[in-house]
Design a protein. Structure first.
Lengths: 146, 146
DNA sequence: ATGACAATGACAACATACTGGCACAACTAC
DNA sequence: GTAGTTGTGCCAGTATGTTGTCATTGTCAT
């Protein structure tokens, strides 16, 4: 009864909800000087990490989101000049999304803010704790991502 | 350069985003038999843990969300008969939100699904790892919640 | 008491994300 | 090749949550 593991887990779940909201707020604060939002930052980050560009459903799979949500984001980001669409030799209809020069500039400007932020928020946390937490979070992701 | 801590932290941040989405999906799956959603489950849970009921801004503070978001939820939950509003002796305008009998039933039914789910998903995870991860997540929450 | 400040309700606009449905393209198996 | 399955684009509807604004209520220092 009242298994401590069960309580711990539910507590962790609620804390993840809470942390998620706070991280989005942090991301929005970091990006609003750059004309971005945390949602757009995620998309730019995924594209920047790919070499030859990704399709919209491909980005969605990496982020674990619906392709419709990503499509909406890339459409407005194209209107804002951050990304552009490019013919995909592998697929007649599904174009590749690539960063424009403005998109690359935004990504680099963001890194200049994000990297000090990451260091600032981990300076008093032992690396072993970060590793343990990341391992556990990944384990849970695997459990639920089917 | 490329501080391992910095990379670990960014990896953890992205993983928290991912896990958050998966947990919401899990919550929706668990609750849709009960006519609930994960957002309503959060509200019901907070009210159930309070003794005399909470005001809408009070629930919002516990959840770390805007009072407007919670107000919208409680309004539709009242229309669905899960909660009701009660005069607040402490405040003329800000009423208390309390569970109806149907709301309490939903909460108990949810526990019957949620508790086995929590145990099932932690049976192969050492309790020490859960504790370490929870401690770290809470630490980050404190950092960002100001 | 009063005057300044914070909390609340109400309304509006917007951003993010999901699901469903339909048509077409691409792939796989036979 | 053809049939069946999967992937994709597009459109629509809905849920969740944010910010902003304004009037009103509560609180607190003086």
């Amino acid at each position: 009864m009242h298994s401590p593991k069960r309580m711990l887990f539910l507590d962790l779940v609620l804390s993840v909800f809470r942390l998620n909201g706070l991280l989005i707020a942090e991301g929005d604060t970091m990006t609003d000087q750059l004309g971005l939002t945390s949602a757009r930052w995620k998309v730019i980050g995924v594209i920047a990490l790919s070499n030859a560009g990704l399709t919209v459903p491909g980005i969605a799979r990496v982020l674990g989101q619906s392709r419709q949500a990503v499509q909406r984001l890339t459409d407005v980001m194209m209107a804002d000049g951050l990304v552009q669409y490019q013919a995909n030799p592998k697929h007649k209809r599904s174009v590749l999304v690539i960063l424009t020069d403005a998109g690359k500039d935004a990504y680099h400007a963001l890194r200049d803010v994000q990297d000090p932020w990451a260091l600032r928020n981990t300076d008093d946390i032992p690396i072993e704790e970060l590793e343990t937490a990341l391992r556990l979070v990944r384990r849970l992701i695997q459990k639920f991502d089917k």
